[in-house]
Design a protein around this ligand. Structure first.
Ligand SMILES: *[C@@H]1O[C@H](CO)[C@@H](O)[C@H](O)[C@H]1NC(C)=O
Length: 255
């Protein structure tokens, strides 16, 4: 099995252990994001919904593996990449290294663009929403494994392209490509954990939780495209945004 999927599954299991702990101690509602506009926060995990997400995530892991070997690695080789990682170098000259450093912000920026465009298309197109993306929105309160609980088409065109294309386009060394996917896997599991303090590590952990509750806000990862297209929480729901800001530090329970 390839390292990126092992990392993804490890993060999912970490969040699962945390969920089991909170469920046993009836304290899930204390640590989950609960503003703005929550139904009554529940101290318990909904395990039947959890299981559904885990099954989909499991299937998508195999799909990701297959596509990684059959499609993405071939594209990397076509691009001149060294997938056997014989050369652990960022370049021969200092110009190469500088060039590599300059690519990093471009990769972060491209990741937001690829995800925003793909994800928003799956919302805007009625066929894609009804037949594919609706599945991922079955989880309003999200859990770690919901990160890859999606229709296979969405897993390919949105999730995998988001993590594979930026480093592929920027043509970085293969070990950097692999490290980036591991990092992105950590990121997306944080974004779906639903926990306050984990969500704040990545910031999009909070905004993606808004996305699952409101659906028409926060389509991107780091809010750059959302700012550009005025789809941030504060653009669409200023009053809910104020509610959220009032509870942000320290998080307090409403009601
Ligand atoms: C879990 O979620 C499902 C689907 O939304 C719902 O039908 C069920 O009642 C929930 N179970 C509990 C224990 O809340």
């Amino acid at each position: 099995m390839d390292p990126t999927n092992i990392v993804l599954l490890d993060y999912i299991v970490c969040i699962l252990l945390l969920d089991i702990y909170c469920d046993r101690n009836n304290c899930l509602d204390l640590y989950k994001i609960y503003v703005p506009l929550r139904v009554t926060p529940t101290p318990k995990v909904n395990w039947s919904l959890y299981q559904e997400a885990a099954i989909l995530a499991y299937k998508n892991t195999w799909l990701s593996l297959a596509l990684q070997y059959m499609v993405f690695q071939r594209l990397i080789v076509m691009r001149g990449g060294d997938i056997r990682m014989k050369k652990w170098t960022f370049g021969e000259t200092s110009i190469d290294i500088l060039w590599f450093v300059l690519k990093i912000p471009c990769i972060v920026w491209l990741t937001d663009i690829v995800f925003y465009v793909g994800h928003r298309a799956f919302h805007l197109n009625p066929w894609l929403y009804r037949n594919c993306h609706k599945i991922h929105h079955r989880w309003v309160e999200t859990y770690g494994c919901v990160a890859t609980a999606a229709h296979p088409l969405e897993q390919w065109f949105v999730n995998l392209h988001t993590v594979q294309l930026p480093t592929l386009l920027m043509n970085v060394p293969f070990h950097v490509h692999t490290a980036f996917i591991c990092y992105a896997s950590f990121y997306t599991v944080c974004d779906h954990s639903g926990y306050w303090w984990i969500g704040r590590i990545t910031q999009s952990g909070i905004t993606h939780d808004f996305h699952h509750h409101f659906q028409n806000v926060e389509f991107g990862i780091n809010s750059w495209c959302d700012r550009l297209f005025r789809t941030r929480m504060q653009d669409k729901y200023p009053s809910h945004w104020q509610d959220f800001k009032q509870h942000i530090d320290p998080p307090k329970k409403i009601n």
